[in-house]
Design a protein around this ligand. Structure first.
Ligand code: SF4
Length: 95
């Protein structure tokens, strides 16, 4: 759970990593993909992953790797969440 005090950051596996690693310029070039893979290695063992992901989603972090997701992955997730919410709203209205 995201905490306003930022406690989850204390458990971040990337706490001493180079922050640049988590902000690739793109996602398509081989170098970008390798950088993303290297960043996600940290996320894979991170005790703060769920909180980091939740923070990124709730605060609309639109760049970088957060909670083992790229910005493109988060856009797709958010779109799916919005579509699911719309479907539920329509079902509630017409049922
Ligand atoms: S999930 Fe990844 S980006 Fe987030 S704190 Fe952990 S290692 Fe860092």
């Amino acid at each position: 759970m995201y905490s306003e005090t930022g406690d989850w950051r204390d458990r971040a596996a990337c706490i001493n990593a180079d922050p640049e690693l988590f902000f690739p310029v793109g996602e398509t070039l081989a170098g970008d993909r390798q950088q993303i893979a290297d960043a996600k290695k940290f996320c894979g063992s991170c005790l703060a992953r769920d909180a980091c992901y939740e923070y990124a989603i709730t605060t609309n972090q639109d760049s970088g790797i957060w909670g083992n997701t790229t910005e493109k992955e988060r856009r797709l997730i958010k779109r799916a969440l919005i579509n699911a919410r719309r479907r539920r709203s329509v079902e509630t209205t017409y049922n």
